[in-house]
Design a protein around this ligand. Structure first.
Ligand code: C2E
Ligand code: MG
Ligand code: MG
Ligand code: MG
Length: 281
């Protein structure tokens, strides 16, 4: 051990750990500033009825444009936000921004523009924030009714404290929101929650959907999820649809809705509204 210290290995390691800690702190500080300073935006990706192609809702996806103009993906900053607890203010901002956007679209439409918005909820948010009052506050601030909002949660959210989560989800249902299980099939939870929790929608993870035409095992999993959701009276969204063939196959299998680059990439608020008017005309 002494020798390795003398050889400098420990020193190198300590410097690296220090750099990493400092970098982490730097990212956290920058993230906090971005949330407070308007550097965060939401993009909106349509979720379409597979049979008609009509846009039913948009999923709100966070984007962070840094001060030097670089756009960071949520897969990079959501983990930092979760570790640092900044996911609570970030999640509050996202919910408020989603409700504000719906109100802006309604105003442009001269009435209810007849589309919903889906907002992602992190497991950490569900543990640490008062999510139902937070959502109600956002809805009230912008005069939006709860049935315009779908909340997407992941299986990891329900593992930690099932009783508390059940209460929160019931309170969210009382507000009129719909609840979706995101990335369904990739978590480690047992399926018992599906009969106990008020879940309305299952979103079949892209990892099963995108390869299902070439891989019989993936196709079998997709079929199983579809029949499970039908039996439980839930609706289904397939994620990651990039081809027409995939959309048609999923529709034939009885999947209700689809989301993916075939329909559109995540769009700005303005472009999403324009697409809505064009597609649903
Ligand atoms: P998600 O909720 O499963 O969102 C879907 C992701 O798949 C999005 O990535 C979307 O751009 C991508 N996607 C959609 N269609 C396709 C397709 O056809 N092909 C491919 N290759 N990808 C597609 P994005 O925007 O990078 O978001 C990644 C994840 O970050 C989201 O996964 C979600 O878990 C998380 N996230 C994004 N915004 C928020 C937020 O406001 N709050 C929280 N808690 N999480 C968020
Ligand atoms: Mg999602
Ligand atoms: Mg998803
Ligand atoms: Mg996903």
């Amino acid at each position: 051990v002494k020798r390795s210290k003398k050889s400098g290995r420990t020193e190198v390691y300590q410097t690296r750990a220090f750099d990493l800690a400092r970098e982490q702190f730097g990212i956290e500080t920058a993230l906090r500033r971005a949330i407070d300073g308007g550097l965060m935006t939401l993009n909106f990706q349509p979720i379409c009825d597979l049979a008609s192609g009509r846009i039913i809702s948009f999923e709100a996806l966070a984007r962070w444009t840094t001060e030097d103009g670089v756009e960071l993906s949520p897969t990079e900053f959501i983990p930092v936000a979760e570790e640092s607890g900044l996911i609570v203010p970030l999640g509050r901002w996202a919910m408020d921004e989603a409700a504000r956007t719906l109100a802006a679209w309604d105003e442009r439409a001269g009435g209810n523009c007849d589309v919903k918005v889906a907002v992602n909820l992190s497991a950490i948010q569900l543990q640490r924030d008062q999510v139902a009052p937070m959502v109600r506050h956002a809805l009230d601030s912008h005069g939006i009714s709860g049935d315009r909002i779908t909340l997407e949660l992941t299986e990891s959210a329900i593992v930690s404290d099932p009783d508390r989560i059940a209460q929160t989800l019931l309170a969210l249902k009382d507000l009129g929101t719909r609840l979706a299980m995101d990335d369904f099939g990739t978590g480690y939870s047992n399926l018992e929650y599906l009969q106990r929790l008020p879940i309305d929608l299952l979103k079949i993870d892209r990892s099963f959907v995108s390869g299902m035409l070439a891989d019989r095992d993936k196709l079998a999993i997709v079929r199983a999820i579809l029949s499970l959701s039908q039996a439980l009276g839930m609706q289904t969204v397939a994620e990651g649809i990039e081809t027409n063939e995939l959309a048609q196959t999923l529709a034939a299998l009885g999947c209700d809705y689809g989301q993916g680059f075939l329909y559109a990439r995540p769009l700005s608020e303005v472009d999403a509204y324009a697409l809505l008017r064009k597609r649903n005309a």
